[in-house]
Design a binder for this molecule. Structure first.
Ligand code: ADP
Ligand code: MG
Length: 308
């Protein structure tokens, strides 16, 4: 199986989508964007052994690379539409490719995203990169920079599961709830769309709540108070590691891909209320103060950074 047969067999399913003028098979794909909309584009790369355990299923690798890009589009308030895939493979294992493609198309199919093209190379390490684009109504994109004193800070879903889930892989357990939360993050696309043009600021939590909220605060020139006792924790996480460690994971652990956003409280769209929790407020003075009831929780982790 050469490169071109591989592309034809595994990555050419979407070529007659109405979202494409031309898809896989030429030097470039030609996209058909909805008239009068702004385009938002993101890219995320996963290196085996750095961003996911080398033992992770091919199907989950395919799912996850799409999900984390969907999450970035969601954090911008966009509707995901197109993606391209850059794949560096150690070898062309057909069973692996079949599983990988299944997971990739599964995640893309949840939001109708089409695979428009890509690049396939051989290398010494598995590297998977997806670039994704979406659209939004002009002027409605969500930025990190718009948080204002008095805003309520919300987060979707629960926090800390993925950090504990990553630990599960090291223990040889990849199928329980927490491990699934790492391998198959839920991209909050519907929430992001509901917040477009409404939230003052948004970010997806990939490096950890404290680290990612700090980016919002810096971009917005504001500070925040976090109510640690309000952080949403899953029962599975609490049962597995207890409250103390669960809170550490929730504040410092990455990979949850939940949305953290700020809105003036009365503006929270009713539809998203069931899946979000208010966890604090934006204040005028710089810095982040974490309170657990009456006590201030010391916390100095700044999240995962490459090359640190
Ligand atoms: P070029 O040499 O002009 O860059 P390629 O030979 O790399 O083109 O790719 C041929 C076609 O296959 C292109 O349309 C490209 O977008 C597509 N393609 C290559 N790799 C992938 C992949 N992994 N997934 C989807 N499409 C791919
Ligand atoms: Mg070319």
């Amino acid at each position: 199986m050469d490169e071109f047969e591989l592309i034809r067999r595994f990555f050419s399913r979407h070529s007659d989508s109405p979202l494409l003028v031309a898809g896989v098979g030429d030097d470039g794909a030609v996209l058909r964007p909805p008239a009068g909309r702004e385009l938002v584009t993101v890219i995320d790369t996963m290196v085996a052994g750095t961003h996911f355990p080398t033992c992770m299923d091919a199907r989950d690798i395919g799912y996850r690379i799409v999900a984390i890009n969907l999450s970035d589009i969601a954090a911008m308030g966009g509707i995901p539409r197109w993606m391209t895939l850059a794949l560096t493979l150690v070898d062309a294992d057909e069973a692996w490719l079949d599983e990988f493609a299944t997971g990739l198309y599964e995640a893309a199919g949840e939001w109708g995203v089409v695979l428009a093209g890509g690049d396939t190379t051989k290398g010494e390490q598995l590297v998977v990169s997806v670039q994704m684009s979406g659209d939004l109504a002009p002027g409605t994109a969500l930025y990190r920079s718009g948080a204002k004193a008095g805003d309520t800070i919300y987060v979707t879903g629960t926090l800390g599961d993925a950090a504990a889930g990553l630990g599960r892989f090291a223990e040889g357990e990849s199928r329980d709830y927490l491990a699934r939360r790492f391998a198959r993050p839920t991209a909050r696309v519907a929430a992001g769309r509901a917040l477009a043009g409404i939230a003052h600021a948004a970010i997806d939590v990939s490096d950890g709540l404290v680290a990612d909220l700090a980016k919002v605060l810096e971009a917005s020139g504001a500070g925040a108070e976090l109510d640690v006792h309000r952080l949403p924790l899953s029962q599975e996480l609490l049962d597995a590691v207890g409250r103390e460690q669960a809170l550490q994971h929730a504040m410092g652990g990455g990979d949850d891909y939940e949305l953290c956003f700020t809105v003036p409280a009365p503006l929270l769209p009713a539809g998203i209320a069931p899946e979000v929790t208010a966890i604090g407020r934006i204040v005028p003075d710089a810095g982040l103060v974490c309170r657990d009831g009456d006590s201030v929780v010391p916390f100095d982790d700044t999240g995962y950074r490459h090359f640190r």
